[in-house]
Design a protein around this ligand. Structure first.
Ligand SMILES: [Ca+2]
Ligand SMILES: [Ca+2]
Ligand SMILES: [Ca+2]
Ligand SMILES: [Ca+2]
Length: 314
């Protein structure tokens, strides 16, 4: 239930489109489908799409004059019968999701496949799941219905977004920039461009952010990873967010050292908590920083193996 709350919080955090209530007083009911059942169905749907579609890889290989570097898709048929299918160009990553994330009590733990496509490699590094990334994005359904798009570069703390999106972006490389154009504008060059195909459990599952997305729907995102803030410290406690993933599973939202003692209704995972052990001493005062305030390392004053900022009896 606690995870559901935090997911709710983060979903609110990422609402980038206007949500309208349905007109009238009709009661909308959502069928509570099993995570395991939806996972199989979504994966089959994504695979069928990837097997029967290609993207404009020839344009990315030899960009025509004025090419806009947008990924477009078409069906493999007719004149395009010889194109290389997306399924042969994507990479995959397995991500386990729990039904309890969605408030379910059936204790399902299901592995999902995330598919991602790099259309253009960036010249920079890749962000981690704990970083702020500066991106342009477009979200759509497999049938091409666009449900959200950025109009200007957007700074996004990746761990505040749905897992499929964040876990896709970290595979792409940023470019160079921001480059000051001297006229009050900045630009980015040679950044990574890619696409992400995700099952609904790595997206919005039974609680879409807009009525344009059907419940339990797979999602497709196109992203331009312009830049990122290396070693982002989201809660400002002196520790780069990525180092607050205690179990190292690539999910920052399931590490909450003081979860048992946080006040009712509060669930602050360590990357979003300025006093991680709730001993009243801010984390930033329980770690080692250099003279400029940069993170140096953890302290373990009583030598019990638990660092001071996670040790409430120290
Ligand atoms: Ca974790
Ligand atoms: Ca906490
Ligand atoms: Ca923290
Ligand atoms: Ca503390």
């Amino acid at each position: 239930m606690k995870m559901n709350r935090i997911l709710g919080f983060f979903l609110l955090f990422v609402v980038l489109v206007s949500c309208k209530n349905d007109d009238g007083a009709d009661v909308v009911t959502v069928e509570a489908r099993l995570l395991s059942e939806v996972a199989v169905e979504n994966d089959a749907e994504i695979k069928a799409y990837l097997e029967t579609h290609f993207y404009n890889y020839e344009e990315f290989e030899n960009p025509p004059a004025g090419f806009n570097y947008k990924i477009t898709y078409d069906t493999i048929a007719g004149d395009n019968a010889g194109k290389i299918a997306l399924i042969n160009q994507v990479e995959t990553k397995l991500i386990t999701e729990l039904s309890s994330t969605f408030g379910r009590t059936d204790d399902e733990e299901i592995q999902h496949t995330l598919y991602y496509l790099s259309a253009r490699d960036g010249v920079g590094e890749s962000p981690t799941i704990g970083d702020n990334a500066i991106v342009l994005y477009e979200g759509s359904l497999l049938d091409g219905t666009l449900f959200d798009a950025s109009s200007v570069p957007s700074s996004q703390y990746l761990s505040a977004f749905v897992r499929g999106y964040a876990n896709g972006i970290i595979n792409f490389k940023a470019g160079e920039g921001p480059i000051d154009n001297g006229d009050g504008t900045v630009s980015f060059e040679d950044y990574g461009i890619g696409a992400i195909f995700m099952p609904s459990a790595l997206g919005y599952f039974d609680n879409p952010i807009t009525s344009l997305i059907p419940t339990y729907s797979p999602l497709v995102f196109q992203v331009d990873v312009l830049s990122f803030e290396k070693d982002t410290d989201f809660d400002g406690d002196g520790i780069p967010s990525i180092l607050e993933d205690l179990d190292g599973d690539g999910n920052l939202n399931n590490d909450n050292t003081d979860g048992e003692t946080e006040p009712l209704g509060v669930f602050l995972p360590n990357h979003n908590d300025t006093d991680d052990d709730q001993d009243g001493i801010p984390t930033i005062e329980e770690i080692e920083l250099d003279a400029d305030g940069n993170f140096v390392g953890f302290l373990d004053t009583d030598g019990d193996g638990t660092p001071d900022h996670l040790d409430n009896d120290n």
